[in-house]
Design a protein around this ligand. Structure first.
Ligand SMILES: [Zn+2]
Length: 447
């Protein structure tokens, strides 16, 4: 049945508007936006739901792992991550992903791009069960999913895979194509893992395989330039850094999303500005792993925008990702308001990241406008954080001092999924603690 939602303020494509009623069709799509003067509001301030453009849901199982001086690098973290990855079966993956997706919804993310590389069974046999577990978890949590099956074909630049990578590896593009055929029909893209894991010369063939099976506008995601070692290995092999290599090998247009790009060089920023692939930053994970800081100030000054991703899922909070993007730049440049404009910081960053995330995942979301799906986050303007703050400045207050605690409700396709932090989940969600206990006892070093 068609429905309506009324809010005291709505952040639409035209800016912040007072007193708006959204008319929705049976698919949860916005079909009208009308000015109204007084009503029983469904909430105070509605903003677009945030697409989470980069997630590895299973890594939610690594949140809270003990910090030690020996756990000091991306590469040592990767070993711990591999131990968890190799302990998961489809049922456990479902439970962990269900928890991750529920956390995302509560934190303002209404859709997710799942960069999924845990393909095979624990004994290495090909199966579609792991991908189907991800789809079931997203459906049961109520988050909108674009599945991004990952092609992982070698262990590192010209290096064979290790035993720990066995579940990720496809021996050939044909094998990978068979997986894609089983997943086509629901929102799906492809993700060459990185230039470490996929030979550069294989990329054009992967793109045509994706075109044939999934269609010519399916999204393509790749990790790039996350670690200095990866950049120098790429230079040693190809004579150029990763983003330059990509631009020479494929049409690096808006169907591509480059994840991290942390160590992008100045000439690679030129490529990002000129070709306009989507850039996906994951500030909390990049900080957690000690990756480094993407040169956001020169990129944004030239009009570059970015989507956000919760990546490792050790901490899931949409506004906190944006805060760290800005704060990282303040630390680097020793000044405030680096990404702000005359009309402020919060509205600009949230709107641009939501729009970029929607493009990155090829979903009709990310803006409250006619024709878009009604995925939205409602802020509680009665929260003490907003006391004395004008509605037009609420997102500035939120980005500087807020968190998911100020979210009153989250809607996906017009359906309320989160109500003051509460989300209804299937009974399997109650198995989360038991699954975590079992995973950590199986995956501790030496076990
Ligand atoms: Zn990642």
């Amino acid at each position: 049945m068609p429905r309506q939602l009324s809010f005291e303020y709505v952040l639409t494509s035209a800016g912040l508007e007072h007193g708006r009623r959204l008319g929705l069709d049976t698919q949860g799509r916005i079909v009208s936006i009308d000015a109204i003067s007084a009503a029983r509001w469904d909430g105070a301030l509605a903003i677009p739901g945030m697409p989470n453009a980069h997630s590895h849901a299973f890594q939610r199982a690594l949140a809270g792992v003990r910090e030690t001086p020996a756990a000091d690098s991306f590469w040592s973290w990767r070993e711990a991550m591999y131990r968890i990855a190799n302990a998961l079966d489809p049922d456990d993956l479902y439970v962990v992903a269900l928890r991750a997706y529920a956390d995302m919804l509560r934190a303002g993310f209404t859709s997710v791009g799942e960069f999924h590389y845990l393909h095979h069974a624990r004994d290495g046999h090909p199966t579609v069960e792991m991908a189907l577990a991800i789809r079931a978890a997203a459906r049961d949590a109520g988050i909108r999913l674009t599945l991004l099956p990952v092609l992982y074909s070698q262990g590192g630049f010209n290096r064979p895979p290790t035993a720990a990578q066995r579940r990720f590896i496809h021996a050939s593009l044909d094998d990978f194509g068979r997986l894609l055929e089983k997943l086509a029909g629901e929102p799906c893209g492809v993700a060459p893992h990185s230039l470490r894991a996929v030979p550069l010369e294989m990329l054009p063939r992967l793109v045509s395989l994706a075109d044939d099976i999934l269609g010519r506008n399916c999204p393509i995601h790749i990790h790039v330039s996350e670690q200095p070692q990866e950049v120098s290995d790429c230079r040693d092999l190809h004579g150029r850094p990763p983003i330059e290599c990509l631009a020479q090998s494929v049409d690096l247009d808006g169907r591509w999303s480059l994840v991290h790009a942390t160590h992008a060089e100045p000439q690679e920023l030129d490529i990002l500005i000129r070709h306009r692939p989507n850039l996906v930053l994951c500030p909390l994970t990049e900080a957690y792993l000690g990756d480094g800081v993407f040169p956001l100030e020169p990129y944004a000054t030239r009009g570059g925008t970015f989507a956000i991703g919760s990546d490792s899922n050790v901490r899931i909070d949409a506004i906190e990702e944006l805060r760290l993007a800005e704060y990282g730049q303040r630390l680097v440049h020793q000044r405030r308001g680096v990404l702000a404009r005359a009309d402020g910081l919060g509205m600009r960053l949230w709107s641009e990241a939501a729009d970029s995330g929607a493009r990155s995942l090829n979903q009709t979301v990310g803006a409250l406008r006619i024709g878009a799906l009604a995925d939205l986050v409602v802020l509680n303007l009665d929260d003490p954080l907003f006391a004395g703050v004008a509605a037009g400045e609420a997102l500035d207050a939120w980005i500087i001092g807020g968190s998911a605690a100020q979210i009153a409700a989250v809607y996906v396709g017009g359906e309320r999924r989160v109500d003051h932090g509460e989300i209804a989940l299937p009974a399997a969600a109650n198995r989360f603690a038991a699954v975590m206990h079992s995973l950590h006892s199986q995956s501790s070093p030496g076990a």
